[in-house]
Design a binder for this molecule. Structure first.
Ligand code: UDP
Ligand code: MG
Length: 320
């Protein structure tokens, strides 16, 4: 029987877990041709998430967990899950039931047809603010234009990945992860499924705007050097304007005998240049900061406990 791992990053989801388990149970019981495991990555939850998972595990042998030593964020929780998945196909699912598990049936059908990355694209998203929807839409438009690879719009992490994709993703050990881009980066045969994103079943979103902004910056800087180029182009443009202005002042003072007057113009030019320079330095800093983070070559995460002993990846170690 083919092994399917349903990978669920969880952070303070104690209220949502019973609903999730219930839905997963119902669907997977209908799919008798597959052997399922539900792999929960507990991303340093401070509520009773771990205890809830352990309780589920006692009742259902399919439940497994990896308990990270602290909260690392969803991007790292996902790679920790990939490292521990070892199945023929892995399905990434949010714990809050925003991604309807019923779609798994369709995902598996496409997988059987030979698709290796079956991703779910939202046609609508319920229970989210207009600002989140709008900013997300605009961000993906910008990212699409800048990135060197094609990152599909309105697509989250909800997808089925063949073992080949998971193995490929496991090889990418960068610390500032933008997994949505990595799915595209690794390639393989992709298929899109459309779905309506539901509102959260319980609890509240674990992403605040600060975290989302961080992810947005990671997305652009890990897949594009366009902002750096933009800074150079802006610099060059300003230089040309400055040269023309200087030429104008020079001609005016030599041939018309009019010396330039007023400090306002000078101040404006200085402020303008200062702003552009600061932005450029900041941008350089963003990239250099990332080089710094990568050169430290730290393990991506530490595991505090998990359901069974597994072969660890080179950079993840067990402590305690
Ligand atoms: N999550 C996580 N670590 C975090 C934040 C979130 O593992 O630091 C999990 C969370 O439990 C959920 C999924 O990632 O299963 C998506 O998070 P959330 O629903 O809060 O994000 P949203 O859907 O609002 O973008
Ligand atoms: Mg959610």
């Amino acid at each position: 029987m083919k092994q399917i791992c349903i990978l669920i990053p969880t952070y303070n989801e104690q209220e949502a877990l019973p609903y999730l388990y219930e839905r997963l149970n119902r669907i997977t019981n209908q799919l008798t041709n597959y052997a399922f495991t539900f792999l929960f990555v507990n991303d340093g939850s401070t509520d009773d998430t771990l205890a809830t998972i352990k309780k589920m595990q006692q009742q259902d042998y399919r439940v497994r967990f990896v308990n990270l030593s602290r909260n690392y964020g969803k991007e790292i929780a996902m790679i920790a899950g990939f490292d521990h998945a070892c199945a023929d196909a892995t399905i990434l699912l949010d714990a809050d039931l925003q991604d309807p598990p019923e779609i798994i049936v369709q995902m598996l059908e496409y997988w059987e047809c030979g698709y290796e990355d079956v991703y779910a694209k939202r046609i609508s998203r319920k229970g989210e603010t207009w600002f989140k929807k709008w900013s997300s839409k605009k961000y993906y438009e910008v990212l699409q234009k800048m990135a060197t690879i094609d990152i599909p719009k309105d697509t989250g992490d909800f997808r089925l990945l063949d073992r080949k994709c998971v193995e490929a993703l496991k090889e990418i050990r960068e610390t500032q992860r933008y997994t949505k881009g990595l799915f595209s980066f690794v390639g393989f045969k992709k298929k899109e499924i459309l779905f309506e994103r539901d509102a959260r079943v319980a609890g509240s979103t674990k992403w605040n705007y600060k975290k989302l902004f961080q992810l947005a910056i990671d997305g652009i800087t890990s897949f594009s050097v366009a902002p750096l180029r933009l800074a150079s182009i802006a610099g060059a443009g300003i230089l040309v304007i400055t040269i023309l202005t200087l030429l104008f002042i020079f001609i005016e003072s030599i041939f018309l005998g009019r010396a330039p007057t007023g400090t306002m113009g000078i101040v404006t030019v200085i402020l303008f240049l200062g702003g552009v320079q600061l932005i450029s330095i900041g941008l350089l800093g963003e990239y250099i900061g990332r080089i710094f983070m990568e050169t430290k070559n730290r393990p991506l995460y530490f595991v505090e406990s998990h359901t069974e002993q597994v072969v660890y990846q080179d950079k993840s170690r067990k402590i305690g």
